[in-house]
Design a protein around this ligand. Structure first.
Ligand code: SF4
Ligand code: SF4
Length: 433
């Protein structure tokens, strides 16, 4: 069984790479585990129990197929246009280098129907853009249509509706629509006013922070709820000005009422020299020290959504499969003109278009599999020999951006990811989460 020993100044731990078991161990226990792996006998009851538990877990886990990705998420690129001009926009300010347009109600409902016909129920419908609030009528029509299907028992249950908005478009009727259809409302906000406005400006050149905070307040006063999530894009401005992620999270919690557990943190992806990151280390793993220190000091956990997801994966032993990610299997994305892509990270890249709504979805799935499936991370370096290969959830879209190839990992990111997982293991061993 593969073991990975990690330590910091508070605790030492062993991580069982194949079963995701985590135990705090003393230096003496570590020696016993090393002896055991070399076939040398020893007499320590606790260590013997650990080994026996992990051997049993391995037998059970071997019977589970982690490589099935049941269809879950449909992304509708409902608005191929935007009212903002963010410096790091990967979508060419919302239109993905094509014509500005709004997805028609007909196209949006057809995409839903095609997925239901082919996959059965849908777990999540994500409204994306561009700025999806500019397509309010299409969003509402989809929610109404899907609710009708549920009432008529054509689907078993309602999917989660999710909308990822830049926060600058809000009116009372939009707030009521979000509330009526229980749409998860996610807003992009990059921390304090100055940091946010440095990159996220309107097409007119105006700043956007104040407008977003006013809109959130309007939304809260109408619905009685805070946004369901906040997206932070950590970028070169934050890095240069040494802005601490924990301070950003605390500020957003107090300004928006959104809980830290619903704040999502992503490193910027851009070639733009003035705002790209010099290093991924702080945003992927360095900030975790701040989070852990706060837990030790006050008992309050300000960790972000993704990090909490990692802790859940480790604690619940949710092993990842041998495929890089679920693109094209567990999710698909439909662009405003009805073209189909394996996931939202590929929208607008014609090389990855796998058909359109007039095609049979079985055909689109086969095209997508041919393009991106079949690569086994456990049979190829660097993942094959990586101690965290049963935990790490990489993304083909991120690989494509960073290395130009969906199957090629970016080594500086891998280094930071391993460190992030190491910190999560040690935090669990210390009893922090
Ligand atoms: S809000 Fe989103 S789509 Fe619009 S410019 Fe900014 S990053 Fe691009
Ligand atoms: S950290 Fe990198 S090498 Fe390791 S499993 Fe993840 S993608 Fe593969």
């Amino acid at each position: 069984m593969r073991m990975w020993f990690v330590e910091n100044d508070k605790v030492g731990a062993v991580f069982f790479c194949d079963t995701l078991g985590i135990y705090a161990v003393t230096p003496e226990e570590k020696k016993h585990l090393i002896s055991w792996s070399a076939g040398i006998d020893f007499s320590d009851e606790r260590v013997k129990n650990i080994i026996s538990t992990e051997q049993q877990k391995l037998e059970i886990l071997k019977q589970k197929n982690c490589n099935t990705y049941p269809f879950y998420s449909l992304t509708l690129n409902i608005s191929n246009t935007c009212n903002m001009q963010c410096a790091y926009c990967f979508a060419n300010y919302g239109n993905y280098h094509s014509q500005d347009r709004i997805m028609s109600i007909e196209t949006a409902c057809k995409a839903v129907d095609r997925c239901i016909d082919y996959y059965g129920d849908i777990g999540e419908i994500k409204f994306f853009g561009g700025e999806p609030m500019l397509a309010k009528d299409s969003v509402e029509a989809v929610c109404r249509h899907v609710s009708d299907l549920e009432r008529k028992k054509i689907i078993n249950s309602l999917p989660v509706f999710r909308i990822i908005s830049n926060g600058t478009v809000m009116r009372p009727e939009i707030a009521r629509m979000i509330s009526d259809y229980h749409i998860n409302y996610i807003v992009s906000l990059d921390g304090d006013e100055h940091s946010h406005n440095s990159c996220r400006r309107m097409k007119s050149g105006e700043s956007s922070y104040e407008k977003i905070i006013d809109n959130i307040n309007m939304y809260r006063s109408i619905t009685g709820c805070s946004p369901d999530g906040i997206e932070i894009t950590y970028n070169g401005y934050h890095e240069r000005n040494r802005i601490h992620i924990i301070d950003m999270i605390k500020l957003i919690v107090s300004e928006t009422g959104t809980d830290a557990s619903a704040i999502n943190l992503s490193p910027v992806m851009t070639e733009n020299k003035s705002i790209r990151l010099e290093t991924l280390d702080y945003v992927l793993e360095g900030y975790i020290d701040e989070i852990n220190d706060e837990i030790r000091k006050s008992g309050i956990d300000y960790s972000d959504k993704k990090y909490r997801g990692l802790i859940r994966i480790l604690k619940n032993r949710m092993r990842s499969g041998n495929r890089i990610c679920e693109a094209g299997k567990g999710c698909i994305a439909v662009s405003a003109d009805g073209s189909i892509y394996p996931c939202l990270m590929f929208v607008g890249d014609s090389k990855f278009c796998c058909g359109d709504l007039s095609d049979d979805l079985a055909y689109c799935e086969a095209v997508s599999e041919k393009m991106i499936g079949g690569y086994d991370v456990m049979e190829n370096d660097p993942c094959r020999s990586c101690p965290v290969n049963k935990v790490c959830r990489q993304c083909m879209g991120v690989n494509k951006f960073q290395t130009g190839s969906i199957c090629k990992q970016y080594e500086p990111q891998c280094k930071a990811l391993r460190k992030r997982i190491e910190k999560a293991i040690l935090g669990i061993a210390e009893g922090l989460y």
